[in-house]
Design a protein around this ligand. Structure first.
Ligand code: GAL
Length: 917
């Protein structure tokens, strides 16, 4: 099974931290990661592709190899992914061709990127010893306007898909190509006669995106028939879910239900919406909905997102905000405290330890089958070639909050039995789902059944076996082993009933926080409370080349009881070397290894004092000594200030700016102005945009009407010379707005300058063929009373250099049009000696404008500590209470994010995350 998590390197632009995320994913029991590459970020400047520094795929591949993670590469060219224009570079949006079709002009535009990236991926294929095992061309390419499902794809779509596949094949990609069909209609499946795909995959987001109502599960998209569909659509390939909902995300007011984004709730959580998305797709969702997928026999399973990261530097699309935390298992600042991390760890490890799952035949779930009551559905997965059967239990109504008791009538190697055999009931509490197994192979020892779920089973020294079982608080569980193995004894704990019943010894217990350990012959069985099981880490041991750290069914596993995180385990002679993280003083117990005579534990390079537990296990304590940290008090630092809107001065010299003199556009949206004022047609695609309109007054002017465009949530402000005319603070649904500004008494024959500053929020994503991502930003129309439109001559600027952007390190989207950005003052050590001291939090701006504030501090985090840090903006940080503002935060030149105070009243505060370099 390929059990994979989605993680985008470009959303964590610190190559040195990639290993950390890979290890956290691997330690969860996953063996893969799926990643997109964002064409837009790599080829912002047509013909110039950057794959160095933070864009280095090689470093990403090295980190994956080191952690032992297989990769699914998804280079697009269109990726969606909540990135601006779904990954299509701005310069491609202005060409005369429909995006994602077989028009040669569009195809040509993709050539250099696809061949460059595909070549890098090619070198990293598993066939060359690298981590890449699958490659996905395009993304969700399953519709086209005016083409019905029955007629899709047309020749044109087919040609396009062939082209993308061929780009990969021509670069030497030989690992299987996988399709991601969001329509689950079987498009591009091998055998469908369409293209060269090897594996058919679907994607699904059944819990949807309403993070404002995290306890409400919208079950209308929950799947019931995927195993049947799979048999129809692609019976010869493993059932693959190329993306399955691992969290959720919101946007700038993108929700219409009255309860969405409950303001007070959000404020109580420091205004951070991500925790609510994590709550929507929480550990219960993982239990119920992911297990439902195992019930369909999924073999390639990718959780989108597993680590989300940050939409830093304007890389996001108009509908998202800075954080791409996604409520995922690993938080934006790389913490793993969310319970679903641990729940996923239980599930992924169980599947890894259960090869019988891979060959079992999934059957449809039936309510009330196998003797359970009607409100419960049982989905069997029947052993083919193995004796093992899996029975998946869930509430028939997925979202039920009831507690439902049940017993199960199951066929086993000792005949048909009703479990629990020793009385009492099994129970499904709230939103839960359970795997019960029968005749499960513990490695030469047959487990007749267990109702408690399996975290893992492992080979110990010699013929020793360990089995780790867990159950929810208060539940009753049972397992049975054949009597010929002997009489089970309780080696640790108490309150366990052991009864010989016919052919088997049956062990029953009620789950409590204290663990119980049972021994039978050479098998040791741990009976754990589920939350206690979270502290157990089944860790693969390194194998000989070429497997190394990669997952392989034949690998040995060490089971370590640790704390917050165990990253890796190595055993040499009598020494076990652990690498891990603790967040409190932590007991380490070596529960099982295949190595004899261990007597030494080394944790993060330090030898620990060890002792033996009553069970004879090697144990030690990792002391947690909280380091002295100097976290800067941002409010009271010395801040320097400079005006960042000198452009409203009529004498400002804009001679180097771009003149808006083009008379036409390739854009589907035609012009309403005498000359083209779409920023994309002048090569400006990111951040803010500045327009200056020059005219000579005739004294009759009374008003200016402006139609401005900037992506949902955009805002703009307008000045006439130095006079502020007004602004649009933004709205979730507006991509444009028309406003009228009144004024009078302009002086006849005097030159005037209009300044329009637009906070551009990025392009949209799109369904294929709609060209929605080409929606232009800039000024759509204007009307100055008593003037012809042509009386105003416009100039504009965006980021320094536009497509020929200057900052090759941080890439094409990091900056916008603001003066301070164009001067590079956001880099370390700005020339601020003569700037005045002024505090953005205490003083703020006294009038409409743009201020640039800078300060410096050092963090001095002691070596060896990973200290998760966030910048938190809240309403009390608003020095100018009552005024709306937008701000961007730069750290060492990297735009960490955008914050808009206007939005906090509507729905969201913002957490900006610090990644240290
Ligand atoms: C999928 C898409 C991803 C991402 C996701 C939502 O449909 O393939 O790229 O956009 O939706 O987060």
């Amino acid at each position: 099974m390929l059990f994979s998590g989605e993680f985008h390197p470009f959303r964590l632009p610190v190559p040195g931290l990639w290993l950390d995320v890979f290890q956290k994913i691997k330690s969860m029991g996953f063996n893969g990661v799926s990643f997109y590459t964002d064409w837009n970020l790599l080829e912002g400047n047509p013909g110039h592709i950057f794959t160095e520094g933070i864009w280095s795929l090689e470093r990403f591949f090295e980190a994956a190899s080191e952690a032992g993670i297989y990769l699914i590469a998804r280079p697009g060219p269109y990726i969606n992914a909540e990135v601006t224009a779904g990954g299509i570079p701005g310069w491609v949006l202005r060409i005369n061709a429909t995006i994602r079709c077989d028009d040669p002009e569009y195809l040509n535009a993709t050539t250099k990127y696809m061949s460059t990236v595909a070549n890098v991926i090619e070198r990293a294929q598993i066939t060359h010893g690298g981590p890449v095992v699958l490659v996905q061309p395009e993304n969700e390419y399953a519709t086209w306007p005016d083409v019905s499902e029955a007629d899709f794809p047309t020749t044109m779509n087919r040609e396009y898909m062939y082209h993308v596949e061929k780009q990969l094949l021509d670069a030497g990609i030989t690992v299987p190509l996988i399709v991601n069909d969001n329509k689950a209609l079987g498009y591009w499946a091998p055998g469908s006669g369409l293209g060269a795909m090897d594996i058919y995959g679907i994607d699904a987001y059944p819990l949807r995106y309403d993070c404002g109502n995290p306890t409400f599960w919208p079950t209308y998209r929950f799947p019931y028939n995927w195993q049947v569909l799979h048999e129809e659509q692609s019976p010869k390939t493993p059932f693959a879910i190329a993306e399955f909902q691992g969290g959720s995300g919101g946007g700038w007011y993108n929700c219409n239900l009255p309860l969405c984004f409950d303001r007070d709730l959000l404020r109580n959580r420091e205004g951070v919406v991500e925790e609510k998305c994590a709550e929507l797709v929480n550990e219960e969702a993982v239990r119920v909905v992911y297990k439902n997928n195992y019930g369909f026999g999924v073999k390639i399973f990718n959780i989108y997102m597993t680590y989300g990261g940050t939409n830093w530097g304007n890389l996001g699309y108009q509908g998202g905000y800075t954080s791409y935390d996604y409520g995922a298992a690993i938080t934006e600042n790389r913490e793993i405290f969310r319970e679903k991390y641990s729940e996923q760890k239980l599930e992924a490890n169980f599947l890894k330890a259960s090869p019988a799952y891979l060959t079992a035949t999934p059957e449809p779930g039936i309510n009330g089958s196998y003797g359970v009551p009607e409100p419960i559905a049982v989905t069997p997965l029947r052993g083919n070639s193995t004796q093992t059967n899996f029975y998946l239990i869930r509430h028939a109504n997925f979202s039920s909050l009831s507690s439902t008791e049940y017993t199960l009538e199951l066929p086993t190697s000792i005949g048909n039995i009703t479990i629990p055999q020793l009385g009492g009931n099994l129970v499904l509490n709230r939103r839960d789902s359970k795997f019960h197994v029968t005749d499960y192979d513990l490695g030469g020892v047959n487990l007749i059944y267990t109702t408690a779920e399996i975290l893992t089973r492992a080979r110990g020294t010699g013929s020793a076996r360990v089995l780790i079982l867990h159950g929810g608080s208060g539940e009753t569980h049972e397992f049975a082993l054949h009597r010929r193995l002997g009489n089970p004894t309780v080696a640790e704990g108490s309150d366990v009933t052991i009864t010989l019943k016919d052919e088997a010894y049956v062990v029953q217990w009620h789950v409590k926080p204290q663990r119980r350990v049972i021994r039978v012959s050479n098998v040791e069985i741990y009976l754990l409370w589920r939350n206690e099981a979270y502290a157990y880490w089944p860790m693969e041991l390194e194998a000989a080349a070429p497997i190394g750290n990669y997952t392989s069914p034949s690998k040995d596993v060490a089971v370590i009881k640790g704390g917050y995180l165990i990253r890796s385990v190595q055993i040499t002679h009598n020494e076990i070397r652990l690498v891990g993280d603790v967040n409190t003083t932590t007991e380490i117990e070596v529960v099982s290894t295949p190595t004899k005579n261990l007597n030494k534990i080394v944790f993060n390079g330090e030898s620990l004092q060890t002792s033996r537990s009553k069970l004879g296990k090697l144990t030690a304590t990792v002391a947690y000594k909280y380091p002295a940290l100097k976290i800067p008090d941002l409010v009271n630092l010395e801040w320097k200030f400079i005006n960042s809107l000198p452009e409203i001065d009529p004498s400002y010299d804009d001679s180097a700016w771009t003149s808006c003199t083009k008379q036409s556009t390739n854009n589907p949206r035609q012009l309403n102005t005498p000359t083209n004022m779409y920023s994309m047609d002048y090569g400006f695609h990111t951040g803010s945009l500045l327009y200056r309109g020059h005219f000579v007054a005739n004294g009759l002017e009374t008003s200016l009407s402006l139609n401005v465009s900037g992506g949902t949530g955009f805002g703009h402000s307008v000045w006439l010379n130095r006079t502020f005319l007004g602004s649009w603070t933004g709205a979730g649904s507006n991509t444009t707005t028309v406003q009228e500004f009144a004024f009078a008494n302009l002086t006849l024959d005097q030159p005037y300058v209009l300044t329009v500053l637009i906070d551009d929020m990025g392009q949209d994503e799109e369904a294929p063929g709609t060209d929605a991502i080409k929606f232009p930003h800039g000024i759509f129309n204007y009307e100055l009373s008593h003037h012809l439109k042509s009386d105003i001559s416009w100039k504009m600027t965006g980021n320094l250099g536009g497509e020929q952007y200057a900052d090759l390190v941080r890439g094409p989207r990091n900056e916008g049009a603001m003066y301070a950005e164009r001067q590079g003052y956001h880099y370390p050590e700005p020339p601020d000696a003569s700037w005045k001291s002024f505090n953005p939090i205490k003083d703020g701006l006294s009038e409409a404008g743009v201020g640039f504030f800078t300060t410096s501090f050092s963090l001095d985090i002691p070596l060896g500590w990973d200290v998760p840090m966030s910048f938190v903006f809240n309403q009390s940080s608003a020095g100018t209470t009552g005024l709306n503002y937008r701000c961007q935060l730069f750290v060492n030149g990297y735009q960490f994010g955008k914050y808009s105070k206007w939005f906090i009243y509507r729905f969201i505060g913002h957490r900006l995350i610090c990644c240290s370099q």
